[in-house]
Ligand binder design. Structure first.
Ligand SMILES: C[S@@+](CC[C@H](N)C(=O)[O-])C[C@H]1O[C@@H](n2cnc3c(N)ncnc32)[C@H](O)[C@@H]1O
Length: 351
């Protein structure tokens, strides 16, 4: 397949407005140079649930055929993604003969086993509300999988600080430092002094270390901490020194600390995001919410990087990429959807 100069030109330019390409993903991806995009975010059609026009994948007779077609495209995505890149795949499951088909995981396992992808997270997208539920013999389905894949185990781009939730800050009260959640160290000091499990040397060391941690809090190096003292606090780890480094510290030193990152905590892997309101859209019924793209773009696409959505539909990933000042490319079979995407973003001329 010959290279597409339009794509190369776009990638080399400083243009931030998305480039949209109409066509079959597999064919269009073959015209990309290897290792050319930083972050792929996409939601392919789900098997058997196509509600929109056109040909394309999702209409196969059996899930196996759908999985195989999707994997052919994903193999091409592996080639196109930079070694430092990330691939975020949103896929819902489908019932066939009364049984959930397990399609998201069937695809993920094949990606890991046959295509060398590394799965870093399986995010559960909790949509809160599902479609119409007509069965009285099973629960309502309200979640979808959102997988985060990378090509190499270490050194892929990940800006954790851009997605942390900011913690409350430590304060000084009556001359002593108070951590973000109100820990002053006074209780720990008393527990150490009154302990019957710590030797005098261990007590001295524990008090010294506690003061050191409080000093770090007042300097803003950590925002919060907990101290675990032998036979005082309940532990949640194994007592085996072989399995747990913390158990070892408790036996050998008599205490250890849990420190909290001053930049805040990372989001967890269950995301509560209400789906796009499809009522207002006439033509395309499977757009994903903009919020779903926020963490993938901030954490895994560098500022000067490029986002790719090979099933871009109405261009949600492209819109969010532009919002965060990233370049992006969108591919879709449907000219109609690409035009909707361009309208949403404010580009009127087809590139
Ligand atoms: C679930 S929708 C994507 C929705 C998109 N995330 C949005 O926010 O609008 C899947 C899209 O894949 C497109 N599609 C299906 N098969 C395709 C193929 N082989 N190549 C390119 N696009 C395809 C469909 O036209 C549809 O727009």
């Amino acid at each position: 397949m010959t290279e597409n100069f339009e794509i190369n030109e776009y990638l080399e330019s400083t243009e931030k407005l998305p480039l949209f390409l109409v066509g079959d993903s597999l064919a269009v991806l073959k015209t990309f140079q290897a290792n050319s995009v930083d972050c792929i975010i996409t939601s392919p059609p789900y098997w058997g649930q196509r509600e929109y026009s056109n040909e394309g994948i999702g209409l196969e007779e059996k899930p196996e055929y759908f999985i195989s077609n999707l994997l052919d495209i994903i193999k091409e995505l592996y080639r196109v993604l930079k070694p430092t890149g990330s691939f975020w795949l949103n896929l819902g499951d489908t019932y066939g003969n009364k049984s959930l088909q397990g399609i998201p995981w069937r695809v993920a396992i094949k990606m890991i086993d046959d295509q060398n992808w590394i799965l870093r997270n399986s995010v559960i997208w909790n949509k809160h509300k599902g479609g119409l539920h007509s069965s009285a013999d099973r629960l309502r389905n309200v979640h979808e999988n959102f997988f985060h894949f990378v090509k190499k185990a270490k050194g892929y781009y990940y800006d954790a600080n851009s997605i942390r939730t900011k913690p409350r800050e430590a304060t000084i009260k009556n001359g002593s430092v108070v951590s973000a959640t109100g820990v002053t160290g006074i209780r720990y000091k008393r527990q150490i002094e009154l302990s019957t499990s710590l030797s005098d040397i261990e007590k001295e060391n524990a008090l010294f270390q506690l003061n050191f941690v409080l000093e770090r809090i007042s300097k803003g190096e950590i925002s919060d901490f907990r101290m675990i003292i032998r036979n005082q606090q309940r532990t949640t780890h194994s007592d085996s020194m072989k399995v747990s480094g913390r158990a070892k510290e408790l036996v050998e030193k008599g205490f250890y600390f849990l420190m909290y990152n001053p930049n805040g905590t990372l989001p967890n892997d269950v995301w509560d995001i209400v789906p796009e309101d499809t009522q207002k859209r006439e033509k395309h019924f499977a757009a994903f919410p903009e919020d779903l793209c926020r963490i993938p773009i901030l954490a895994t696409c560098p500022k000067d990087g490029v986002v790719l959505d090979p099933f871009c539909g109405t261009g949600t990933s492209n819109k969010v990429a532009l919002h965060f000042d990233r370049k992006s490319i969108g591919i879709d079979l449907s000219l109609e959807y690409i035009e909707l995407a361009q309208n949403r973003i404010g580009i009127y001329e087809l590139v």
